[in-house]
Design a protein around this ligand. Structure first.
Ligand code: ADP
Ligand code: MG
Length: 685
């Protein structure tokens, strides 16, 4: 067994009680402990002179005791010990409260290394409650790690236990990085890196150690993704589709001209589908960039080759919408389309399942219901997941398992900078639709305070009277779901009874049953309803071209990417559209978000900014993407490390695709472990 996997309670100094405290912090094993990394360091290596000291900061000094310690008792229960000290630049007083026993420690003439916070008090420079140690000629200061802690464990205890763990584990810690690469990249060994990150000689040492560990993490992740890509069958032989010419009719018959970007991406897809390599392609395109028609082209090609195609959407609303869109796009072609979702009568469900298995339907649109066991395709040649960020990796694989190595296409509206896309979707080829269909009116975006409400409501009234529709979105945050649900409901009540009693207003939120939600959404789509009050359940993909107003309440509660997605619900028709963000918070990040949204509508720019503002940890909310958590690596700070790790990973995998060599044995062990966990993870949104 790997020592990293040893349960923590078997470590000296950690009993069952401590172990349960550690468990609270997510630390179960020695490995967890060693990767519980310091969040900061206190640098005691540099000593400075009193004159150079900065008030309020912790610093190290070399100080001589100049007089006898004194104790005063200004009131009951309080004693103050003062020790006068100096260096070549000035004088100071070390001060302790209620620690009289220290008095006998100090005597005039002694020289101490003193570490503490400098303050200016009663015309004196003071160092309160400092750490101290007798100075000796061979003194070297240290850098103290500061750990994330929880109740019941102190930083000092943490330090000791980590040191203990390092000493126990030290003989069998092996670097995973192959020798060739650790030499090439001048990396310290894994043990040295771990020692260096916990107990560095100086801050630079800590950073070098962290980068080495980050490199290992990113290398493993990257190799894992590439390896997974092979296992996923991308490099396997796939179906070799033909008859590309017959796709022309479909494209010519479209009610609009495809954009150059759509044509380019369709060509990339065709070239995958017609090769004997299995397609495993991600299509990224901003909201409204026209991904649906691109996926339709791929499905048509599959069907014209005698195969079935399927597309899985994250919500029933979206599945319905795709179904309608496709029926319309394919109305002049001899192609039969079916719809499968959770809320169907038993009878229609059975009938569609039959048609799927006997091949009567060519294209099946659906929700998660598609990956149930009862669904058997006759001859599935192409599997598409729409809005991939709403699914887990596992579900994508389950869908493709419905066929015999069908080609795979994954659509997402979450644009991600390319280097990072490689991390998230390293197992996929990537196409980008970086152009919106022509004639899209720029959405005017305004961030205002709620004092503008009256004007906004009268503006909305005017638009609705002209025939338009409006979304009103209220925040929903899990922890306070109740309160926020109320706010959607309250807003609905307020709008219906006070503000717009003469309009038809609907409500939709996550606590409603599926059927209820569908009904609301449908009557908004058909135009029966003028205003739809909702939570973020309308976030993805829904298309109501007549709706041209998006009013977002408490906009500060939403993330940048989310606001961008919400805004993408409008500006889909021929009408000028308006996104109004109501924000009363003076929080600077919130204001920055509003500013960004007002200044750009480019999803890629917005996601870069989002990454900067939120930091990668949150951005990649690993849960959402089903990736192993990065402990040492910081995707924002470590773009250089990421790049070298990516290069090296590609080289390693291309030289040894099955990771059979001795040098790569440990890598293989690690990634099998990581990806076994990943495969087990099922993420439902
Ligand atoms: P998304 O990329 O967000 O999934 P959709 O596929 O839903 O976008 O397309 C958004 C809208 O744009 C739809 O109404 C669709 O009919 C329209 N559309 C797509 N491509 C074009 C095009 N080349 N020219 C004009 N309209 C287009
Ligand atoms: Mg879409």
């Amino acid at each position: 067994m790997n020592k990293f996997d040893t349960q923590i309670q078997y470590l000296k100094g950690v009993g069952p009680k401590r172990a349960s405290i550690f468990r609270k912090m997510g630390i179960m094993t020695l490995g967890d402990l060693l990767f519980h990394l310091p969040r900061a360091y206190e640098d005691r290596t540099k000593t400075i002179k009193i004159q150079e000291g900065v008030i309020g900061e912790k610093q190290s000094f070399v100080l001589e005791v100049t007089g006898s310690p004194t104790v005063s008792r200004p009131r009951r229960g309080l004693s103050i010990l003062q020790v006068p000290v100096r260096d070549s630049t000035g004088e100071a007083v070390m001060v302790w409260f209620n620690q009289d026993y220290l008095k006998k420690t100090f005597s005039p003439g002694q020289v101490y290394i003193v570490y503490g916070k400098l303050s200016f008090n009663r015309y004196q420079v003071q160092i309160q409650n400092p750490d101290f140690k007798l100075w000796s000629p061979d003194h070297v200061g240290s850098v103290t790690p500061i750990y994330p802690l929880t109740d019941g464990i102190s930083n000092n205890e943490m330090k000791k236990i980590v040191a203990q763990a390092l000493s126990e584990i030290n003989d069998d810690i092996k670097s995973v990085v192959p020798k060739t690469y650790s030499i090439k990249r001048k990396l310290p060994s894994k043990l040295d890196s771990l020692i260096g990150i916990h107990f560095p000689k100086n801050l630079n040492h800590a950073e070098i150690s962290r980068k080495a560990l980050a490199y290992e993490e990113l290398l493993l992740l990257q190799i894992g993704l590439l390896w997974f890509k092979n296992k996923g069958g991308a490099e396997l032989e796939g179906i070799k589709f033909k008859n590309v010419r017959s796709l022309e009719k479909f494209i010519i018959d479209l009610p609009y001209k495809l954009t150059a970007a759509q044509i380019r991406v369709i060509q990339e897809i065709i070239s995958d589908m017609t090769s004997n390599k299995r397609m495993n392609r991600l299509v990224q395109g901003d909201v409204g960039s026209g991904k649906t028609v691109v996926s339709a082209a791929a499905m048509v090609l599959a069907v014209l080759n005698g195969y079935q195609a399927t597309m899985m959407a994250p919500t029933e609303i979206l599945a319905d919408q795709h179904f309608e869109t496709l029926k319309d796009l394919l109305k002049n072609m001899p192609i039969k389309i079916g719809l499968l979702k959770g809320s169907m009568s038993l009878k229609s469900r059975e009938s569609i399942l039959n048609q799927i298995s006997n091949g009567e339907v060519d294209i099946v649109i659906g929700t998660h219901a598609l990956i149930q066991d009862s669904v058997k395709f006759k001859r599935l040649g192409l599997a598409i997941t729409d809005e991939q960020h709403r699914f887990g990796v596992r579900q994508r694989i389950d869908l493709s398992d419905k066929g015999d190595l069908p080609d795979m296409l994954i659509m997402t509206a979450t644009p991600i900078p390319r280097t990072l896309a490689l991390i998230l979707y390293g197992d996929l080829d990537i196409s980008i639709i970086d152009e919106l269909p022509p004639g899209r009116k720029l959405i005017e975006t305004y961030a205002v305070g709620s004092d503008m409400e009256d004007r906004i409501f009268s503006f909305i009234r005017k638009q609705i009277i002209e025939g338009r529709q409006a979304y009103v979105v209220c925040p929903l945050i899990e922890e306070q779901e109740k309160q926020d649900l109320l706010s959607a409901e309250k807003t609905y009540e307020r709008l219906t009874s006070d503000i717009f009693p003469d309009f038809n207003i609907g409500l939709i939120h996550g606590r409603m049953g599926q059927a209820e939600k569908e009904a609301s959404m449908r009557s908004f789509k058909t135009g029966e309803m003028d205003i739809l009050v909702s939570t973020t359940v309308i976030e993805v993909g829904v298309n109501v071209p007549n709706a041209n107003i998006m009013l977002i309440l408490n906009a500060e509660r939403f993330g940048l990417a989310q606001l961008h997605q919400l805004r993408g619900r409008i500006g889909r028709g021929k009408y000028k559209s308006y996104c109004i963000l109501i924000n009363d918070s003076s929080n600077s990040t919130a204001r920055e978000r509003m500013r960004i949204l007002q200044s750009t509508s480019d999803g890629f720019k917005i996601s870069e900014k989002d990454l900067e503002l939120r930091g990668p940890g949150e951005f990649f909310g690993t849960k959402q993407h089903g990736l192993p958590q990065l402990k040492a690596a910081n995707l924002l700070k470590d773009r250089d490390v990421l790049k070298t790790a990516q290069e090296d990973a590609i080289q390693i995998i291309s030289q040894d695709p099955e990771l059979l060599s001795e040098e790569n044995a440990l890598i293989k062990e690690y990634i099998q472990d990581i990806f076994r966990k990943l495969q087990e993870e099922i993420i439902l949104n």
